[in-house]
Design a protein. Structure first.
Length: 133
């Protein structure tokens, strides 16, 4: 019979609270999460187009919601997820070709992905705000 004592303050098995995930693992998890965000955002964009074509009253309601601060935050998040997913996908393409496997190169690529996504999102919103007036 196996008897386990609980005198120890250590966890019985390793958990995420114990270990610090490497940046590459966090980027992989974020890539999957951004893909899920893009699915939801694409469905919302499709509904926006459908209401624009067939239901002007609902379209006005969606546009009123999109022009609120929360709507702006959601659209900003969607655009960041789009650029992040794209940049991380390009990094994965380099991995598929056999490049950037050394730890130092992978670490640099992580930061390039994050900074590129942030720069592309910023440029998009700067252009959108400048165009709006």
């Amino acid at each position: 019979m196996l008897v386990m004592t609980t005198d120890s303050k250590r966890p019985l098995s390793p958990h995420l609270q114990v270990y610090r995930l490497p940046m590459t693992a966090l980027m992989s998890i974020s890539h999957r999460a951004s893909g899920a965000v893009l699915v939801v955002g694409t469905v919302m964009a499709g509904l926006w187009l459908i209401t624009a074509a067939f239901a002007p009253a609902y379209f006005d309601m969606i546009m009123a919601l999109a022009n609120t601060p929360i709507g702006t935050i959601v659209m900003f998040g969607f655009s960041f997820a789009l650029y992040y997913h794209m940049c991380n996908g390009i990094r994965h393409m380099f991995w598929d070709l056999g490049f950037l496997f050394k730890l130092k190169n992978a670490a640099i690529a992580n930061w390039v992905v994050l900074l590129s996504a942030a720069a592309l999102t910023s440029m998009t919103w700067w252009c959108a705000c400048a165009w709006q007036g």
